[in-house]
Every structure is written in structure tokens, then in C-alpha cells.
Design a protein around this ligand. Structure first.
Ligand SMILES: Cc1cc2nc3c(=O)[nH]c(=O)nc-3n(C[C@H](O)[C@H](O)[C@H](O)COP(=O)(O)OP(=O)(O)OC[C@H]3O[C@@H](n4cnc5c(N)ncnc54)[C@H](O)[C@@H]3O)c2cc1C
Length: 294
């Protein structure tokens, strides 16, 4: 393991002073739970010169609903605290479900949603849920802040658009649409502590008292180099009265957005079939939550 220095700023100003001297990608790595980073540093997959603990910075611990803006989820908030937040339980079900799937209870107590996103693994369980809720990522550094849609954040496995001297301050989840529900499912060959062979989140919004879809969002994990939205399937659903046939056809259409590889966890065909099954199941879960069972 390559030696590194450790720092733990307690304010944004202190953090930016540290970041101001950083010029090389990977030179500094923030740490929150360390559930990804510690293993990566130990095995040489990441070799930072500086590891920066950001948990003592108050803004990183923000978990707050702001009317008209949505839910601000700071970089240091754990999966456990996110899932326990009443508004997450009521209105961002798929986020709650993702939090409950990451590793184990012990991992969830340490790990953050932002760490899961910043690590940028194609299999990250919180990302499809963030995508269906149209999350945005707030990056901060010595030059100020910038906000980008989560959809535009990833550039490849383990890579994202952050500059070497930027860190994620928070993600913002906008208010969910009226009369909507979201769910996330993944497939792993055992009950827990495994990487998704495929994962799907969906969000459905329905016209009041009906099965008419006013908005659909579908996002896929582990079936391409980066997590993706299944936009053709979303467009197919919107404006339609949802029936069994429509749900099945949407699930088949979602497969077109997947570009999986064959590896030890599953073949291309197996993963495509999982996308179909998980899309159908999560859409039905949304209908169920909206009291519109088929
Ligand atoms: C036993 C085990 C089981 C796991 N199971 C799952 C699972 O089921 N599903 C799943 O998706 N993941 C799983 N993981 C991976 C990991 O737990 C998650 O990705 C977790 O959410 C990472 O959060 P963290 O706070 O621990 O991140 P850290 O390890 O602290 O950081 C992860 C990466 O993100 C960077 N980073 C962290 N915060 C920021 C920031 N604010 N700005 C910029 N970069 C930042 C770090 O530098 C590092 O590169 C598992 C890990 C272990 C060890």
C-alpha cells in the first residue's frame, strides 16, 4: 500500500484550501464510510497522496427538505440515516430500498449514498434510484460550486466528471411528481453482500384515480459501463393506460437500453432477461403502492 497523508478539515474554507493545491486526478480522495476506499487503497486500485475525511464539515451532514427545491442529501449522511428519514420513507421509496440493500447493516451504518455515487461503479445500488428521482449532484471546490444532473455524472466504470480538486457536497432529489411511487430491485445470487448482476429502479406517476401514466422513469444498473435510463421504455409508457400487456411490452423495451457484458456473474442474455423481469416487477410494485394493482 502506498503511503498517504490524512487530513480532516472541519469547514468548507479549510477543505477548499487543501483542494486548491490539488492538480492531478486521484491525488486526493475524500473518505466518508471508507467501505469502498479502504479496500481500494489496500489493494492498490486507488493510490491517493491525501485521504481527506469530510465528515466533520457541517454542510456535508445536511439532510434537509427545502420546499420547492427538494431533499438535500449531504455527502457524509449514512445510508442508515437516509433510510430512516421520514420523507425518504414516504416519498422516495426506491432510495430507501437501495439504502437497505447496500452491503449489510454494519456497512449501511458507515456507507454514504454520495460515496456510492462518487465511487461510480456500474453496479452501485443507489444510482438507479437517484436517476429515476432525477437527482442532481452538487460539486464544490476552490472555484465554487456547480450542479449537474446525476444522469450526466458518470463517464465510465469508476470515473465521473469531477475535476481533480472538486468533491461532491450533496445530491439534491427534487420533489417527486404528484401521485407517484418508485421502487428498486436488484438480482444477486445470494441474499446479501454481493454485487448486483442487474438492478432496476422505476418511478411511475399516474393521473388521479386512474392507471393513466403521466410520467415514467426507468434506470438500469450493472448492464453497461455506466448506469443508464431506459428512455424508450419511459416514452412508451407515458400517456398510456397501463395494462398487463403494456407493462410487459415496456419491460421488453427497457432491455433495448441495456448493453451488458458476459462475466463471472452472468451472461449477456441472462442479464437482459433480468432487466425485463426486474422492470416488470418494479413497475407492478409502483402500481401496487398507488393502489392500482393489475
Ligand atoms: C462488504 C461490502 C459490501 C458492499 N455491498 C454493496 C452493495 O450491496 N451495493 C453497493 O452498491 N455497494 C456495496 N458496497 C460498496 C460500498 O459499501 C458502497 O459503494 C458505499 O455506498 C460507499 O460509501 P462510503 O461512504 O463508504 O464511500 P467511501 O469508501 O468513503 O468512498 C467511496 C469513493 O467515493 C469517493 N468519495 C466519497 N465521498 C466523496 C465526495 N463527497 N466527493 C467525491 N468523492 C467522494 C472516495 O474518495 C472513494 O473513491 C459494499 C462494500 C463492502 C465492503
Amino acid at each position: 500500500m502506498k503511503a498517504f497523508s490524512f487530513t480532516a478539515p472541519t469547514t468548507i474554507k479549510e477543505m477548499n484550501e487543501i483542494l486548491a493545491n490539488v492538480t492531478t486526478p486521484g491525488e486526493i480522495h475524500p473518505i466518508v464510510g471508507g467501505t469502498d476506499l479502504i479496500e481500494q487503497v489496500k489493494t492498490g486500485r486507488r493510490s491517493p497522496s491525501i485521504v481527506m475525511d469530510i465528515k466533520q464539515i457541517p454542510e456535508m451532514n445536511r439532510l434537509e427538505w427545502v420546499s420547492g427545491e427538494g431533499l438535500h442529501l449531504g455527502a457524509a449522511v449514512s445510508c442508515t440515516d437516509t433510510a430512516a428519514f421520514p420523507l425518504v420513507q414516504e416519498s422516495y421509496e426506491s432510495i430507501k430500498e437501495s439504502c437497505g440493500l447496500i452491503g449489510s447493516v454494519q456497512i449501511q451504518n458507515r456507507a454514504s449514498i454520495v460515496g456510492n455515487i462518487a465511487n461510480s461503479a456500474p453496479s452501485a445500488d443507489s444510482v438507479p434510484s437517484g436517476l429515476v428521482h432525477e437527482a442532481s449532484v452538487v460539486l464544490i471546490g476552490p472555484s465554487g460550486t456547480r450542479t449537474i444532473p446525476l444522469e450526466d455524472f458518470f463517464t465510465g466504470p469508476g470515473r465521473n466528471v469531477s475535476k481533480p480538486n472538486e468533491v461532491v457536497l450533496e445530491i439534491i432529489l427534487p420533489p417527486p411528481p404528484n401521485n407517484s411511487s418508485s421502487h428498486y430491485l436488484r438480482f444477486i445470487p445470494r441474499n446479501e453482500m454481493d454485487i448486483a448482476v442487474a438492478g432496476v429502479a422505476t418511478l411511475l406517476s399516474l393521473a388521479p384515480g386512474s392507471r393513466t401514466c403521466t410520467k415514467a422513469r426507468i434506470a438500469l444498473a450493472s448492464v453497461g459501463p455506466i448506469p443508464v435510463r431506459a428512455k424508450a421504455a419511459e416514452t412508451f409508457l407515458e400517456g398510456k393506460d397501463l395494462t398487463n400487456d403494456i407493462i410487459e411490452k415496456a419491460a421488453e423495451t427497457a432491455v433495448e437500453s441495456a448493453s451488458p457484458i458476459t462475466d463471472v456473474r452472468g451472461s449477456i442474455e441472462y442479464r437482459k432477461n433480468l432487466v425485463k423481469v426486474l422492470t416488470e416487477n418494479t413497475l407492478r410494485m409502483c402500481l401496487n403502492s398507488l393502489n392500482q394493482n393489475l
